[in-house]
Design a protein around this ligand. Structure first.
Ligand code: XMP
Length: 522
């Protein structure tokens, strides 16, 4: 469909094109509706396999950031810290580190980003180094502090002189600790070294041929450029869909607010290598957001920026006009969210997605949209993606998994069959606007005086039974999404989206209350 020239609020006119009328009909159809109000009608299937290794699920999370899997873990302090972000990026999604740290406590959030960025490398551009004049004892100290088993030995001009590994330090005790690293390191003359840039594939060939596990890179003067390890190359092969930056490191995003320390926070996160910043506030269509985006742009230029949340055409245009690279959509659908209950404001998520998508298309904008919140069953993922989202942010879906932050608590549960009381492990999922989360970070967007009673919490705190890893949860969702593509008669996610928007009538079944029960209540 080509973008219609008039506003999404306009009524069809006699001169409206077929596409415009179709778009407006879709807007009418989804008004007041959310995920469980629809089914898709199955189509003639054309794929031979529903294998996620074969079906293309590529999507954009923001203008310059592509994912192989359309999933993000939510920036909530009970969902995404480094362990969750690593799972997300390794599986092809993206984790957004929450901003649930106290004002001024910037280092803690930066550390989470650094952990993700240091998990995997293609080429390590800044490997841990030690001076050629240092002692073996100093080498051992650095290894234990950094957790790395190989140090690159350099001289004062950063020229490569050798490699010192854990193995070289075995049996180093007593006086030997004061001996120079040159006593045990493998010296430059015995190393295989590559001069100039090299691709991961070429590096792998060199490593196989020369039977080495580490390949230092130097420039024509012998100055250290980086280090490639066999372990990193193997990881890259084992995780072909992973979300990586140009240096082969996992990608990660981080959220900031729109007041207080948010610009200093952004500066430190960017310095640590974060790939995208998300300005995340409850009501993104606001003067506070306008100022925050302007100030962010003034200070950080065109650094990749997502902003939200909005849920209306006006809110979407507002963010698009301010030049953000991605827009987060969702006011009130989240599992831990009580905004609608407490304020009676919000937009049912499918209506919001269609409205915002149409607004972007009308404006001729290609800014990607993230559907944020309300996905409670795997099928809703396909709905969010078809009704307008480029990718989907999930909080509750990952709650209770072992990679979520937070303590495990044990609760007594009565088993109905045996009437026995057993202790069951739980983890807490809490809305970022819940009283608990606000108290922890005392970071208040809309109030100068911190009076918790007058804040009006807009989030819940829920105990969720402890689960296993988030990885199988992620895999299951992706498998089900591939099945949706097969049922939808398409070969890829982008093709399904295209045919759906070309012919929504062919797909959409609006459900009666009885049909909804038959479909979604078990
Ligand atoms: P799900 O449904 O996946 O949604 O758990 C995750 C999203 O919920 C939003 N969120 C909140 N919304 N008050 C709100 O109004 C809150 O306390 C709150 N906490 C999280 C957020 O957009 C998240 O990504």
């Amino acid at each position: 469909m080509t973008p219609p020239p008039h506003s999404s609020d306009a009524r069809p006119t006699a001169t409206a094109t077929r596409d415009e009328r179709r778009r407006l009909a879709l807007l009418d159809l989804v008004r007041g509706c959310t995920f469980d109000d629809f089914l898709f009608s199955p189509q003639f299937s054309v794929v031979e396999t529903r294998d996620p290794n074969v079906i293309d699920l590529t999507c954009r999370v923001s203008e310059h950031l592509v994912l192989n899997r359309p999933i993000l873990s939510a920036n909530m302090d009970t969902v995404t810290r480094a362990p969750m972000a690593i799972v997300q990026a390794e599986e092809g999604g993206l984790g957004i580190i929450d901003r649930g740290f106290r004002p001024g406590d910037i280092d803690s959030q930066v550390r989470e980003v650094e952990i993700v960025k240091r998990t995997q490398h293609g080429i390590i551009p800044d490997p841990y180094t030690i001076a050629v004049t240092a002692t073996l004892g100093e080498g051992a100290d650095l290894m234990s502090r950094s957790g790395v088993g190989t140090l690159v030995v350099v001289d004062e001009s950063r020229k490569l002189r050798g490699l010192l590994t854990e193995r070289d330090l075995r049996f180093v005790t007593g006086d030997l600790g004061d001996a120079p690293v040159t006593r045990r390191m493998t010296p430059l003359e015995q190393l295989v070294v590559h001069t100039g840039p090299i691709s991961a594939d070429e590096a792998e060939l060199v490593m196989i041929e020369r039977k080495i596990k580490k390949l230092p890179l130097v420039d024509e003067h012998g100055v250290l450029l980086g280090l490639i390890t066999a372990k990193d190359i193997l990881k890259q092969k084992r995780l072909p869909f992973a979300t990586r930056d140009r240096q082969g490191r996992l990608r990660v995003g981080a959220a900031i607010g729109a007041k207080g320390d948010y610009l200093d926070r952004a500066a430190e996160l960017i310095k640590a290598g974060v790939d995208v910043i998300v300005i995340d506030i409850a009501h993104g269509h606001s003067a506070v957001m306008a100022q925050a985006v302007d100030e962010f742009r003034a200070r950080f230029g065109d650094f990749e920026l997502i902003a939200g949340n909005v849920a209306t055409a006006d809110g979407t245009r507002f963010l698009a006009e301010r030049g953000v690279n991605g827009i987060k959509v969702g006011i009130g659908p989240g599992g831990g969210c009580t905004t609608r209950i407490n304020t009676s404001f919000g937009v049912p998520q499918l209506q919001a997605l269609v409205e915002c998508r149409v607004a972007l298309e009308e404006a001729g904008s290609s800014i990607p949209m993230i559907a944020d919140g309300g996905v409670r069953r795997d099928g809703s993922l396909a709905e969010a993606l078809l009704f307008g989202a480029d990718c989907v942010m999930l909080g509750s879906a990952f709650a209770g998994t072992q990679e979520t932050p937070g303590e495990i608590i044990h609760k007594s549960v009565l088993l109905p069959e045996s009437q026995k009381v057993v202790k069951v492990p739980f983890k807490v999922l809490r809305g970022m606007a819940s009283l608990g989360a606000i108290k922890d970070r005392l970071d208040v967007e809309d109030a100068d005086i911190i009076d918790l009673q007058t804040l009006g919490a807009e989030g819940l705190e829920i105990s969720v039974p402890l689960g296993g890893s988030a990885r199988p949860v992620f895999h299951e969702m992706i498998k089900h999404l591939c099945s949706s593509i097969s049922y939808g008669g398409a070969r890829s996610l982008s093709e399904l989206r295209q045919v759906f928007w070309d012919q929504p009538d062919r797909y959409l079944v609006k459900l009666s209350a009885a049909a909804r029960r038959e479909s979604y209540e078990r």
